[in-house]
Ligand binder design. Structure first.
Ligand SMILES: Nc1nc2c(c(=O)[nH]1)N[C@H]1C(S)=C(S)[C@@H](COP(=O)(O)O)O[C@H]1N2
Ligand SMILES: [Mo]
Length: 198
């Protein structure tokens, strides 16, 4: 029996990969709370600071030399679009956090432009989160967070901070930008944790 490539290539359970209340899109919408910052690579660095013995920073070139992983994940925006099979390259948060031993339980991502978002450290470890600098085989567009953004695909996409410049590690949780404006503190798309109280 002939089986076409299209049949084999189709995942039978695409609909099972769409969290409740979401719809599928092939577009890649741009959602930013402010203007796109343009940071020169020769002044860019990534810093882990806060509850650490001493802050750790990587210049752009040093960050490029860290081991990068290429991976494909689904992303879910709280405005209800879901995009399947997005391909990225970046540095695992495990690699970055290993360089900064800490007793902290939470992190606040900080960014050029002033955006912040909070994530439990457990959600950044264990191969679940990256700082990405490539989308679809190309350097990340500024509109989508280039030169580098956080990617935490198992949480709503507002947690994936664009133009990230580092993590502030903390002993206690502290809401970020959208979390202070009523978005859910954790943001699990499979539990539809869109807004406070969900
Ligand atoms: N620095 C920064 N990061 C951000 C945002 C932002 O406004 N500023 N918006 C968030 C929201 S609400 C979403 S849905 C995604 C959108 O990413 P995209 O524009 O690449 O689709 O980025 C998140 N990261
Ligand atoms: Mo969003």
């Amino acid at each position: 029996m002939a089986v076409t490539r299209g049949f084999l290539g189709r995942r039978p359970a695409d609909s099972a990969r769409v969290p409740p209340g979401q719809y599928l899109t092939r577009d890649f919408p741009v959602l930013s709370a402010g203007p796109t910052p343009y940071t020169r690579l020769d002044t860019w660095d990534f810093t882990v600071r806060g509850l650490v013995n001493r802050p750790v920073s990587w210049l752009w070139q040093e960050f490029q030399e860290l081991p990068h992983e290429k991976f494909t994940v689904d992303i879910h925006c709280v405005t209800k679009w879901t995009k399947l099979d997005t391909t990225w390259s970046g540095v695992s948060l495990d690699t970055l956090l290993d360089a900064a031993p800490t007793q902290a339980s939470h992190a606040v991502a900080f960014c050029d432009g002033g955006y912040t978002t909070n994530v439990p450290l457990a959600d950044l470890r264990g191969g679940k989160a990256w700082v990405v600098d490539e989308y679809d085989g190309r350097p990340l567009d500024p509109e989508h967070g280039g030169p580098a953004r956080l990617l935490v695909p198992h949480l709503y996409f507002w947690k994936s901070a664009k133009w990230i410049r580092g993590l502030e590690l903390r002993a206690a949780d502290q809401p970020g930008f959208w979390e202070m404006f009523g978005y859910h503190n954790y943001g699990d798309p499979w539990k539809e944790q869109r807004y406070q109280g969900d």
